[in-house]
Design a protein around this ligand. Structure first.
Ligand code: ATP
Ligand code: MG
Length: 137
């Protein structure tokens, strides 16, 4: 069994969509094993998305992620990393498959409602970024 880090982003928490999004993960067989609502500072959002530092959208991404509270969660299940990304859908909602979170809820390529780790190495880093070992049971 595998773990991945999920973030319900500002556009979704603002529109009170947390429960509907979590239901999609649960319906796909993923289990929420840790969860908290936090308001990232710009410095924290910038560190989290450091891999995108050189991209043109980085400043916008950091400001957006720090604009409203987010819900960060650890999801567990068989093939959790791939399954989570399947349920999220493509980065751009216009490209996302029917039934995915981004197809149903995302506002744009930037305000796309959810984040999910993209590899085992990212999942390990991102889970440790937000949660201590004591919070993971
Ligand atoms: P995430 O890492 O958030 O799960 P992703 O892996 O599908 O999404 P990335 O390429 O890692 O996509 O981009 C990280 C985030 O940066 C996107 O989810 C989106 O919010 C934002 N982003 C990506 N590309 C663009 C773009 N061209 N313009 C504006 N924002 C973008
Ligand atoms: Mg990514």
């Amino acid at each position: 069994t595998e773990r991945t880090l999920s973030i319900i982003k500002p556009d979704a928490t603002k529109r009170n969509l947390t429960g509907k999004i979590v239901a999609k993960f649960e319906d796909a067989g993923l289990r929420v094993i840790a969860s908290k609502r936090i308001h990232l500072t710009a410095a924290q959002a910038g560190e989290f998305y450091a891999e995108h530092k050189e991209r043109g959208f980085y400043g916008e991404l950091v400001a957006y992620m720090a604009s409203e509270p987010v819900v960060v969660q650890v999801l567990e299940g068989e093939g959790a990393i791939a399954k989570n990304r399947e349920v999220m859908g493509a980065t751009d909602p216009a490209q996302a498959d029917a039934g995915t979170i981004r197809k149903e809820f995302a506002l744009s390529k930037a305000e796309n409602s959810v984040h999910g780790s993209d590899s085992p190495a990212s999942a390990a880093r991102e889970i440790a970024f937000f949660f201590s070992g004591l919070e993971l049971v």
